[in-house]
Design a protein around this ligand. Structure first.
Ligand code: MN
Length: 295
């Protein structure tokens, strides 16, 4: 496998009270297909420090895909949605022109472990209405030594219920000892993020990927062989290379700085585009822009 593959380090970031490994975006690689953000949270003991979760904040131009391997979170948003998510389920929030939400702790104890992905919305969808969907049951397929849960798109002929606007795939892999060959769509570029354990990627210099790194598998691969010596967990994302470069800042995905500046000002002014939501975790103000505004 070459296909322009490479291994990139994730960086550590703070989301609410949680420390996360941010595998995407990368400075040199903003998107993989339409996937523009991959945050790996935990495993962290709930209640060990501050409560897990994040206060009310806005989004534009993206879909959030929340996937838990352990624990629970309560999703609430300005559309009136109120939904506990548990392992094996997906919460899919579509921001479009604007939405606000919070992720709050529940009474559950134990570890919290999961991933939040963002999918950049294409031009034809990104100015549309916000929406929320909860998928309580997802398709699971056995592939080699792996149990594969299809979070979005299609894998091995099995399609996830999540409604997305571009051709893409997102899967969770529970890997057992041995080598598992995962079929890939050759029209896609793909990347692998390991959540637990160590995964050897055949062909990618046989590199062993561990949590905190992103293995970019490149464009055009027909399959990837993953070898593990002990149980491991990973997520794989892919898609048709995105239609345009994205401008991402804070919780906003757009195309230009002025539209990001407008979204920031609208959030500061509590503009109707984001709706209204109150959370015990409070409301999060946008940070200062890293560039001079008014350009
Ligand atoms: Mn969010």
């Amino acid at each position: 496998m070459d296909h322009g593959s490479e291994i990139l380090p994730a960086r550590t970031s703070n989301v609410g009270s949680m420390t996360v490994r941010r595998a995407l975006p990368q400075r040199t690689r903003r998107t993989v297909g339409a996937w523009c953000f991959v945050d790996h949270m935990g495993p962290v003991a709930i209640g060990s420090t501050a409560p897990a979760g994040v206060g009310v904040h806005p989004h534009i131009g993206l879909q959030t895909v929340t996937w838990l391997r352990a624990g629970e979170l309560l999703h609430r948003d300005s559309l009136g949605s109120e939904q506990v998510i548990r392992p094996g389920q997906v919460n899919l929030m579509t921001a479009g022109r604007g939405v606000a939400h919070a992720e709050e702790p529940t009474a559950s104890r134990g570890d919290l472990h999961g991933v939040q992905f963002w999918i950049a919305q294409p031009e034809h969808a990104r100015h549309g209405a916000p929406a929320f969907a909860h998928h309580a049951a997802l398709p699971v397929v056995t592939l080699g030594h792996a149990e594969v849960t299809v979070l979005a798109g299609t894998c091995a002929g099995v399609r996830a219920p999540a409604e997305v606007a571009t051709e893409l795939v997102g899967i969770d892999l529970a890997l057992r000892r041995g080598t598992t060959v995962v079929p890939l769509d050759e029209r896609f570029e793909h990347a692998l993020v390991v959540l637990e354990g160590a995964v050897r990627v055949r062909g990618l210099d046989d590199a062993v990927i561990t949590p905190g790194r992103l293995a970019y598998l490149g464009l055009g691969a027909a399959e990837v062989a993953l070898e593990v010596g002990e149980d491991a967990a990973a997520v794989l994302v892919g898609g048709v290379p995105f239609e345009a470069p994205v401008t991402m800042w804070w919780n906003f995905v757009g195309r230009t700085r002025p539209e990001i500046e407008t979204a920031r000002a609208d959030w500061a002014a509590a503009a109707p585009r984001f709706g209204a939501l109150v959370s015990p975790l409070g409301r999060i103000d946008a940070p200062e822009l890293p560039w001079a505004s008014g350009r």
